[in-house]
Design a protein around this ligand. Structure first.
Ligand code: AHZ
Length: 309
C-alpha cells in the first residue's frame, strides 16, 4: 500500500516518526485482538425501555418538589445552575429546557462564527469551570462557543442534585395569592413536553404537568418563538402592565445593566439573562457573553439571599 503522509502543518505538533507510528498504543486498541469475534453483551429490548423510563419517571417524581427551578438552559441558565449546584449540593434543582439541545444561543459566538467573546471580569467564571481562553486585555476569547457550553453542561449534568428536563416547555407559572394582602407569589411551573406544547392547536386534551418550587429563576432569552416566557406571562396575568421591550444594541450599556439588574421581579420569580432586557427595556449586547454568565452568578446569589435557602 502506498504510505499515507500525515498532515504536515498542525501548529506546534511534530509529525510522528515512522518508529513512533509503528509502536502506537492505546488501551482501547489493544482491547480487541480480533474484531471478527467481536460481540456485545446480550440485551432484551424491554430492558432498554425499562432502564430509561424507570429513571425518567423516578426523576419526574423526585423533582416535582424542587427547591429551585431554572427555566431555560442557555448560557445564563447553565451558569446559574453551575453555581447553585456547586454551592448547595443539598438543594434539589430542576432545569427545564424547551429545546432538545440545551445551550440556547451559546453553541456559536455570533452569526455563524465559532469564537466566543467575554469581557472581563467574566473570565473568572471560565477559570472556575476550567474553560481555556486567549487573553486579549480587556476581553478574552474561547476558541469555540461549543467548548464553553459543553464544559459547563457536562459539569452541571454530573451533579447529583441537578436534573435537566430537556424537550420540556414551561407553559405557565403556578401562583399563590395571599388572602389578606392580595400579593401573588410564584410557586412553581406548569410543564409539558415541547412537542405536545407545539400541538395545542390541532390536538385536544393535552393537559400539562407541574413542578412546585420555592424559587423560579427564569432565563428564557429575549422575545422569540419561546423567549421571554415568564415576563410575558406576568403581563397576561396582570402582574405587570406591560413589558418595556428590548432596546437596540449597545454592548457597553447592555452588559452592565443585565448583570446589575438580575433580581426577583415578583415574589418567587428571579429573572436574568436576555429575558430581563424585555422586562426592563435594556439594550441588547449582541455576541459578547460575559453578562450572561455573570447574570447567572447574580441570579444564584439572589436566590440564596432572598429565600435564605
Ligand atoms: O429554548 C430556550 C433557550 O435554550 C429556553 N426556553 C425559552 N422559553 C422556554 C420555556 N420553557 C423552557 N418556556 C425555554 N425553556 O431558554 C433558553 C434561553 O437561552 P438563550 O441563549 O436564548 O438566552 P440567554 O439569556 O441564556 O442568552 C442570551 C444570549 C444573547 S442574545 C444576545 C442579543 O440578542 O443581543 N446577546 C447574547 C449574549
Amino acid at each position: 500500500k502506498p504510505a499515507v503522509l500525515a498532515t504536515k502543518s498542525v501548529a506546534g505538533a511534530e509529525p510522528l516518526s515512522t518508529e513512533e507510528r509503528k509502536t502506537l498504543s492505546h488501551p482501547l486498541l489493544s482491547l480487541f485482538s480480533s474484531w471478527d469475534n467481536f460481540t456485545f453483551s446480550p440485551i432484551r429490548e424491554s430492558t432498554v425501555s425499562r432502564a430509561m423510563t424507570r429513571r425518567y419517571f423516578h426523576d419526574l417524581d423526585t423533582y416535582t418538589e424542587s427547591d429551585i427551578t431554572i427555566v431555560g438552559a442557555g448560557s445564563a441558565g447553565l451558569s446559574c445552575a453551575y453555581i447553585l449546584g456547586t454551592l448547595r449540593p443539598d438543594l434539589r434543582i430542576s432545569i427545564l429546557e424547551a429545546g432538545v439541545a440545551p445551550g440556547g444561543g451559546a453553541w456559536l459566538g455570533g452569526q455563524l462564527f465559532s469564537a466566543m467573546v467575554m469581557r472581563k471580569p467574566a473570565q473568572i467564571f471560565l477559570d472556575q469551570v476550567g474553560v481555556p481562553y486567549e487573553d486579549e486585555g480587556d476581553y478574552v476569547v474561547v476558541k469555540h462557543a461549543a467548548l464553553f457550553t459543553s464544559t459547563v453542561l457536562s459539569k452541571v449534568l454530573q451533579m447529583d442534585n441537578v436534573k435537566l428536563f430537556n424537550a420540556t416547555t414551561v407553559e405557565d407559572l403556578i401562583t399563590r395569592q395571599d388572602q389578606e394582602t392580595g400579593e401573588v407569589r410564584i410557586a412553581g411551573v406548569v410543564t409539558n413536553w415541547t412537542l405536545v406544547s407545539m400541538h395545542h392547536d390541532d390536538q385536544s386534551c393535552m393537559d400539562p404537568n407541574t413542578i412546585n418550587t420555592n424559587v423560579v429563576i427564569s432565563m428564557t432569552g429575549h422575545d422569540g418563538p419561546f423567549g421571554a416566557f415568564s415576563v410575558k406571562r406576568l403581563v397576561s396575568m396582570k402582574q405587570v402592565q406591560q413589558l418595556e421591550g428590548m432596546r437596540g444594541l449597545d454592548m457597553g450599556r447592555a452588559e452592565d445593566a443585565i448583570v446589575k439588574n438580575t433580581r426577583e421581579i415578583v415574589p418567587g420569580l428571579i429573572v436574568g439573562g436576555m429575558e430581563l432586557s424585555e422586562f426592563d427595556g435594556a439594550n441588547r449586547m449582541g455576541p459578547t457573553f460575559g453578562a450572561m454568565v455573570l447574570s447567572g452568578v447574580k441570579a444564584a446569589e439572589e436566590a440564596l439571599k432572598v429565600f435564605e435557602l
